[in-house]
Design a protein around this ligand. Structure first.
Ligand code: T3D
Length: 258
């Protein structure tokens, strides 16, 4: 039987998805997308999953669209509408935090797929490349939206136009990613972070992502009103009551909402 193109492991409340085409640096094919989307949907629907980690097998994270796959060079708008837009929106709407554990090179749509996750933790030897310009394309998979918001217009345009490789250390310095760690520590530090997030009120963490993303696009007064509305919803959740009770009773909380 053929190897799965997405490996699925569960450790406690953490679901780990590993892109598994290491000989082509885990670049996306139609077949891989056909496994990745259901794997994300299943994680979203599984009440026992409270944090997701996405990584790549072998020496790369993901080299973007597989340039040998049948989809390339055809109806690109259709490919993006059909595949990359739903993928980016799926990540942005996950009910639990999503961590990209970037173990190696992340290029093209692979880089922006990682950057669309809530937290990006990368090995020192990893790198990020907006490879699109080198083949006459523009950043996709959310890149044009994410890059200026993460690093500002000047750096966004520099990265996107040059297509230069950015080391994980520079990516952290620039504010493109959350953390860069020693290669040997990547798996343990990511799992420690994922386990910590999984024990937190994940419904509020997902609402935090949603609200920050929305607040970026509205004015200050509207953002304050948005906070009021979302906070009203959150304060009606069992997790809020549990958090306050645990604080007052000087005990560790047990959060269950999702
Ligand atoms: O219509 C549309 O396609 C629109 C959609 C666009 C979305 C996109 O993502 S566009 C951007 C596509 N990605 C790229 O342009 C990146 C291409 N890859 C590279 O530039 C380099 O591979 C890297 C800089 C990422 C890594 O370089 P290096 O030297 O570490 O590895 P390598 O030797 O180039 O690659 C290793 C193998 O992976 C190699 O195969 P081989 O020769 O050992 O059989 C290489 O061909 C393969 N590979 C890497 N990236 C891709 C790929 N195969 C297919 N597609 C790839 N994107």
């Amino acid at each position: 039987m053929a190897e799965p193109l997405v490996l699925i492991d569960t450790v406690g409340a953490v679901r780990k998805l590993t892109l598994n085409r290491p000989t082509a640096l885990n670049s996306f094919t139609a077949a891989m997308h056909r496994e990745l989307r259901p794997a994300l949907d299943a994680a979203a629907d599984d009440a026992t999953v409270r944090c997701i980690v996405i990584t790549g097998a072998g020496r790369g994270f993901c080299a973007g669209q597989d340039l040998n796959d049948g989809d390339v060079g055809g109806d690109t708008a259709n490919l993006i509408e059909r595949v990359y837009k739903p993928l980016a929106l799926r990540i942005a709407s996950m009910p639990v935090p999503v961590i990209a554990m970037v173990n190696g090179v992340a290029a093209g749509a692979g880089a922006n797929f990682a950057l669309g996750c809530d937290l990006v933790i990368a090995a020192k030897s990893a790198s990020f490349i907006q490879a699109f310009s080198k083949i006459g394309l523009i950043p996709d998979c959310g890149g044009t939206w994410l890059l200026p918001r993460l690093v500002g217009r000047a750096k966004a345009i520099g990265l996107a136009m040059s297509g230069d490789k950015l080391s994980a250390e520079d990516a952290e310095r620039m504010g493109l990613i959350w953390r860069c760690v020693d290669d040997a520590a990547l798996a343990d530090q990511t799992m420690a972070l994922a386990t910590k997030l999984a024990a937190m009120p994940v419904k509020a963490l997902a609402a935090t992502r949603r609200t920050i993303d929305e607040a970026i696009m509205i004015n200050y007064a509207d953002a304050l009103s948005l906070e009021a509305r979302v906070q009203q919803q959150m304060s009606g959740q069992a997790d809020f009551r549990e958090g306050v009770a645990a604080f007052l009773e000087k005990r560790a909380p047990t959060f269950k909402d999702r």
